[in-house]
Design a protein around this ligand. Structure first.
Ligand SMILES: [Zn+2]
Length: 258
């Protein structure tokens, strides 16, 4: 028998789902993504440069002292081979996915760290389960987490991966994730406003007529650059770019034939 209990979590949010349920649901979504023939995960064994680079960013964020579920969540990282998609996402329980399109698009390790911080914040702050809970209700979500509702799981996995209509976070959640990204990066070697660089580049691309996929799942880009920079200013954290990160070499390694 499974008991759902009502409690506040470490971030003082009212969440009915337990954090174990987050990890269970994340694992289900991860398995669903692995089964999806349209999503190709780059094998870590063949792309050690790329994976080690992302692990380094992840570990810096996890060691920031600002991640509430550092030890409870999985924090696994996967790269999706899709150069056309400028996106990244995290499932509940901390399974993180980064598209090759995003890695190739960004200019600096700091920018990528900013986006990863943002996505990790969505998982750590449990934005995804809090959003899904409203849509599906707790009992359905629990069945999905326990592997008892494959139909709904398929739908949720597609939403989280940004297919179909995608998962829409509230503006409040987006702002919260942006600000946490600054908080995390403030404790790392990366420019703490790295997430702002990404939006600056996207806004410029949008004006140049390229489709900004990330903005469709992350609405209301207005003021986000400003908010991120204001958060950085209030923390007084370092906004200078990290040096010798090897980001160009990582991008080049993605172009090698596997
Ligand atoms: Zn977001």
């Amino acid at each position: 028998m499974v008991f759902a209990f009502v409690a506040c979590d470490k971030n003082d949010n009212f969440v009915v789902f337990s954090t174990e349920n987050d990890v269970q649901l994340g694992l289900q979504v991860k398995d669903e993504i692995a089964k999806d023939a349209s999503i190709k995960i780059l094998p870590a064994a063949q792309y050690p440069e790329v994976y080690n680079f992302l692990y380094h960013i992840r570990d810096g964020i996890l060691n920031s002292g600002k991640v509430a579920y550092k030890d409870e969540f999985a924090w696994e990282v996967y790269v999706i081979d899709d150069d056309k998609t400028l996106n990244a996402f995290a499932t509940p329980g901390g399974y993180i996915y980064v598209y090759t399109g995003l890695i190739k698009y960004l200019d600096n390790a700091d920018d990528l760290a900013g986006v990863m911080g943002h996505e990790m914040a969505h998982a750590d702050l449990r934005h995804t389960v809090r959003t899904l809970q409203k849509t599906y209700g707790v009992s359905v979500l629990l069945s999905v987490a326990l592997g008892k509702d494959p139909g709904t799981l398929g739908q949720i996995a597609a939403q989280i991966a940004g297919q179909l209509a995608g998962l829409k976070f509230s503006r409040e959640y987006e702002t919260e994730a942006d600000e946490h990204s600054v908080d995390y990066l403030a404790q790392t070697e990366y420019a703490c406003n790295g997430a702002a660089h990404f939006f600056e580049k996207l806004t410029a691309s949008e004006q140049a007529g390229q489709p900004p996929e990330f903005l469709s799942t992350h609405p209301n880009p207005e003021n986000r650059i400003e908010n991120i920079n204001a958060k950085a200013a209030s923390l007084g954290c370092d906004t200078s770019l990290a040096t010798n990160t090897g980001y160009d070499a990582v991008k080049a390694s993605l172009n090698k034939s596997s």
